[in-house]
Design a protein around this ligand. Structure first.
Ligand code: SAM
Length: 211
Protein backbone atom coordinates (compact mmCIF):
# COMPACT_ATOMS: atom_id res chain seq x y z
CA UNK A 1 0.00 0.00 0.00
CA UNK A 2 1.72 3.21 -1.11
CA UNK A 3 -1.30 5.52 -0.98
CA UNK A 4 -4.01 5.92 1.68
CA UNK A 5 -7.71 5.50 0.90
CA UNK A 6 -8.35 9.24 0.70
CA UNK A 7 -5.49 9.69 -1.77
CA UNK A 8 -4.08 12.54 0.37
CA UNK A 9 -0.99 10.63 1.53
CA UNK A 10 1.54 8.57 -0.37
CA UNK A 11 4.92 6.96 0.22
CA UNK A 12 7.96 7.88 -1.83
CA UNK A 13 11.39 6.24 -1.78
CA UNK A 14 14.32 8.70 -1.70
CA UNK A 15 18.01 7.94 -1.34
CA UNK A 16 17.67 9.00 2.31
CA UNK A 17 14.85 6.49 2.94
CA UNK A 18 11.12 6.00 2.56
CA UNK A 19 9.08 9.18 3.17
CA UNK A 20 5.43 9.96 3.85
CA UNK A 21 4.12 12.79 1.67
CA UNK A 22 0.90 14.77 1.94
CA UNK A 23 -0.58 16.18 -1.23
CA UNK A 24 -0.26 19.93 -1.51
CA UNK A 25 2.62 20.10 1.00
CA UNK A 26 6.33 20.34 0.27
CA UNK A 27 8.72 17.73 1.61
CA UNK A 28 7.91 14.48 3.36
CA UNK A 29 8.51 12.92 6.75
CA UNK A 30 10.61 10.00 7.94
CA UNK A 31 12.57 9.15 11.05
CA UNK A 32 16.16 10.38 10.67
CA UNK A 33 19.43 9.55 12.40
CA UNK A 34 19.44 13.13 13.67
CA UNK A 35 16.06 12.57 15.44
CA UNK A 36 17.38 9.47 17.17
CA UNK A 37 20.75 11.00 18.11
CA UNK A 38 19.06 14.06 19.57
CA UNK A 39 16.76 11.83 21.62
CA UNK A 40 19.68 9.75 22.88
CA UNK A 41 21.66 12.72 24.20
CA UNK A 42 19.89 12.35 27.55
CA UNK A 43 20.49 8.58 27.63
CA UNK A 44 19.01 6.88 30.69
CA UNK A 45 17.90 10.24 32.12
CA UNK A 46 15.13 10.31 29.50
CA UNK A 47 11.69 10.01 31.10
CA UNK A 48 10.91 7.21 28.62
CA UNK A 49 14.02 5.29 29.73
CA UNK A 50 13.23 5.74 33.42
CA UNK A 51 9.58 4.83 32.98
CA UNK A 52 10.52 1.59 31.20
CA UNK A 53 13.55 0.91 33.47
CA UNK A 54 15.43 0.50 30.18
CA UNK A 55 18.64 -1.45 30.03
CA UNK A 56 20.28 -4.64 28.78
CA UNK A 57 18.17 -7.74 29.27
CA UNK A 58 14.84 -5.89 29.41
CA UNK A 59 12.33 -7.07 26.81
CA UNK A 60 9.87 -4.45 25.57
CA UNK A 61 6.81 -4.71 23.37
CA UNK A 62 6.32 -1.29 21.77
CA UNK A 63 2.72 -2.09 20.91
CA UNK A 64 1.92 1.12 18.99
CA UNK A 65 5.28 1.70 17.36
CA UNK A 66 4.47 4.39 14.76
CA UNK A 67 7.70 5.64 13.17
CA UNK A 68 9.67 3.82 15.89
CA UNK A 69 11.44 6.71 17.59
CA UNK A 70 10.55 5.53 21.10
CA UNK A 71 11.17 1.86 20.33
CA UNK A 72 14.54 2.50 18.66
CA UNK A 73 15.53 4.72 21.58
CA UNK A 74 14.82 1.83 23.98
CA UNK A 75 16.77 -0.49 21.71
CA UNK A 76 19.77 1.85 21.68
CA UNK A 77 19.62 1.80 25.50
CA UNK A 78 20.07 -1.98 25.48
CA UNK A 79 16.50 -3.35 25.56
CA UNK A 80 15.37 -6.07 23.20
CA UNK A 81 12.39 -4.53 21.48
CA UNK A 82 9.45 -5.87 19.51
CA UNK A 83 7.94 -3.12 17.38
CA UNK A 84 4.29 -3.61 16.50
CA UNK A 85 2.39 -1.37 14.08
CA UNK A 86 -0.88 -2.14 12.35
CA UNK A 87 -1.25 0.54 9.65
CA UNK A 88 0.39 -0.72 6.43
CA UNK A 89 1.86 2.63 5.34
CA UNK A 90 3.17 3.46 8.81
CA UNK A 91 4.54 -0.08 9.09
CA UNK A 92 6.45 0.41 5.81
CA UNK A 93 8.01 3.58 7.26
CA UNK A 94 8.80 1.78 10.52
CA UNK A 95 10.44 -1.11 8.71
CA UNK A 96 12.51 1.25 6.56
CA UNK A 97 13.57 3.36 9.56
CA UNK A 98 14.50 0.27 11.57
CA UNK A 99 16.69 -1.08 8.77
CA UNK A 100 18.43 2.30 8.44
CA UNK A 101 18.85 3.10 12.15
CA UNK A 102 18.70 -0.19 14.03
CA UNK A 103 20.34 -2.61 11.61
CA UNK A 104 22.88 -4.05 14.08
CA UNK A 105 20.22 -4.82 16.71
CA UNK A 106 17.95 -6.19 13.98
CA UNK A 107 20.72 -8.53 12.79
CA UNK A 108 21.36 -9.73 16.39
CA UNK A 109 17.65 -10.46 16.81
CA UNK A 110 17.32 -7.74 19.47
CA UNK A 111 14.72 -5.93 17.37
CA UNK A 112 11.70 -7.69 15.92
CA UNK A 113 9.10 -6.14 13.65
CA UNK A 114 5.43 -7.11 13.60
CA UNK A 115 2.78 -5.78 11.28
CA UNK A 116 -0.20 -6.59 13.45
CA UNK A 117 -2.95 -5.25 15.63
CA UNK A 118 -1.48 -5.02 19.10
CA UNK A 119 -4.63 -6.59 20.55
CA UNK A 120 -3.83 -9.84 18.73
CA UNK A 121 -0.19 -9.74 19.90
CA UNK A 122 -1.20 -9.05 23.50
CA UNK A 123 -3.62 -11.98 23.40
CA UNK A 124 -0.86 -14.29 22.09
CA UNK A 125 1.50 -16.54 24.06
CA UNK A 126 4.52 -14.19 24.27
CA UNK A 127 5.22 -12.19 27.42
CA UNK A 128 7.39 -9.08 27.73
CA UNK A 129 8.98 -7.38 30.74
CA UNK A 130 7.50 -4.07 29.61
CA UNK A 131 4.56 -3.26 27.37
CA UNK A 132 4.81 0.30 26.10
CA UNK A 133 1.81 2.15 24.68
CA UNK A 134 1.95 5.50 22.93
CA UNK A 135 -1.56 5.95 21.56
CA UNK A 136 -2.67 8.73 19.27
CA UNK A 137 -3.68 11.73 21.39
CA UNK A 138 -7.16 13.18 20.84
CA UNK A 139 -7.07 16.30 18.69
CA UNK A 140 -7.45 19.52 20.65
CA UNK A 141 -8.07 22.78 18.85
CA UNK A 142 -5.62 24.76 20.94
CA UNK A 143 -2.83 22.22 21.22
CA UNK A 144 -0.21 22.27 18.49
CA UNK A 145 1.28 18.88 17.68
CA UNK A 146 4.99 18.75 18.45
CA UNK A 147 6.32 18.13 14.94
CA UNK A 148 5.46 17.40 11.33
CA UNK A 149 5.69 13.60 11.84
CA UNK A 150 3.06 13.78 14.61
CA UNK A 151 0.82 16.05 12.50
CA UNK A 152 0.98 13.74 9.49
CA UNK A 153 0.22 10.68 11.66
CA UNK A 154 -2.77 12.43 13.24
CA UNK A 155 -4.11 13.40 9.78
CA UNK A 156 -3.54 9.95 8.35
CA UNK A 157 -4.88 7.90 11.27
CA UNK A 158 -7.25 9.99 13.35
CA UNK A 159 -7.85 8.91 16.91
CA UNK A 160 -9.56 5.90 18.48
CA UNK A 161 -10.27 6.29 22.17
CA UNK A 162 -12.38 3.21 22.72
CA UNK A 163 -9.47 0.96 21.77
CA UNK A 164 -7.16 2.47 24.33
CA UNK A 165 -8.96 1.09 27.38
CA UNK A 166 -8.98 -2.34 25.75
CA UNK A 167 -5.26 -2.13 24.94
CA UNK A 168 -4.39 -1.13 28.49
CA UNK A 169 -6.36 -4.02 30.00
CA UNK A 170 -4.69 -6.52 27.68
CA UNK A 171 -1.25 -4.97 28.19
CA UNK A 172 -1.58 -5.41 31.95
CA UNK A 173 -2.19 -9.13 31.45
CA UNK A 174 0.80 -9.48 29.11
CA UNK A 175 3.52 -7.49 30.93
CA UNK A 176 5.79 -9.31 33.39
CA UNK A 177 7.05 -6.15 35.08
CA UNK A 178 5.22 -3.02 33.97
CA UNK A 179 2.97 -1.28 31.49
CA UNK A 180 4.01 2.22 30.48
CA UNK A 181 1.59 4.61 28.79
CA UNK A 182 2.55 7.93 27.27
CA UNK A 183 -0.16 10.52 27.93
CA UNK A 184 -0.46 14.25 27.49
CA UNK A 185 0.61 15.94 30.70
CA UNK A 186 -2.93 16.84 31.82
CA UNK A 187 -4.87 13.87 30.40
CA UNK A 188 -6.97 11.92 32.92
CA UNK A 189 -5.55 8.65 34.32
CA UNK A 190 -6.72 5.35 32.90
CA UNK A 191 -7.08 3.57 36.22
CA UNK A 192 -4.56 4.21 39.00
CA UNK A 193 -0.95 4.11 37.86
CA UNK A 194 1.69 3.02 40.36
CA UNK A 195 3.53 6.26 39.58
CA UNK A 196 3.85 8.83 36.83
CA UNK A 197 6.84 10.72 35.43
CA UNK A 198 5.88 14.16 34.20
CA UNK A 199 7.59 16.17 31.50
CA UNK A 200 6.77 19.59 30.10
CA UNK A 201 4.29 18.24 27.51
CA UNK A 202 3.77 14.54 28.19
CA UNK A 203 3.83 12.19 31.13
CA UNK A 204 4.48 8.47 31.43
CA UNK A 205 2.04 6.50 33.58
CA UNK A 206 3.62 3.34 34.96
CA UNK A 207 1.50 0.38 36.07
CA UNK A 208 3.65 -2.11 37.91
CA UNK A 209 2.73 -5.78 37.65
CA UNK A 210 1.42 -7.26 40.86
CA UNK A 211 2.35 -10.91 40.17
C1 SAM B 1 1.48 8.20 18.41
S1 SAM B 1 1.90 6.93 17.29
C2 SAM B 1 3.32 6.20 18.04
C3 SAM B 1 4.58 7.00 17.86
C4 SAM B 1 5.81 6.23 18.31
N1 SAM B 1 5.84 6.06 19.75
C5 SAM B 1 7.10 6.86 17.82
O1 SAM B 1 7.99 7.11 18.66
O2 SAM B 1 7.22 7.07 16.61
C6 SAM B 1 0.70 5.71 17.54
C7 SAM B 1 0.77 4.54 16.55
O3 SAM B 1 0.04 3.45 17.09
C8 SAM B 1 -0.53 2.73 16.03
N2 SAM B 1 -1.63 1.94 16.60
C9 SAM B 1 -2.77 2.39 17.18
N3 SAM B 1 -3.52 1.35 17.60
C10 SAM B 1 -2.82 0.23 17.30
C11 SAM B 1 -3.08 -1.16 17.47
N4 SAM B 1 -4.22 -1.60 18.04
N5 SAM B 1 -2.15 -2.05 17.05
C12 SAM B 1 -1.00 -1.62 16.48
N6 SAM B 1 -0.71 -0.32 16.25
C13 SAM B 1 -1.61 0.59 16.65
C14 SAM B 1 -1.00 3.81 15.07
O4 SAM B 1 -1.18 3.29 13.76
C15 SAM B 1 0.15 4.82 15.18
O5 SAM B 1 1.11 4.61 14.18
Amino acid sequence: MTEDKSGRFHLERKTSGLQLHKSGERGGVRLSEHDLRRRLRQGKRLLLARACAAGPGVSVLDATAGFGLDGLTLSALGCSVTLCERHPMVYALLEDGTHRLGSAALARGDIKLLQADARDVLRGPDRYDVVYLDPMFPRRAKTALPNKRARYLADLLGWEDELLTELVTQARRCARRRVVIKRRRLDPDLGSPTFALRGRVVRFDVYQATL
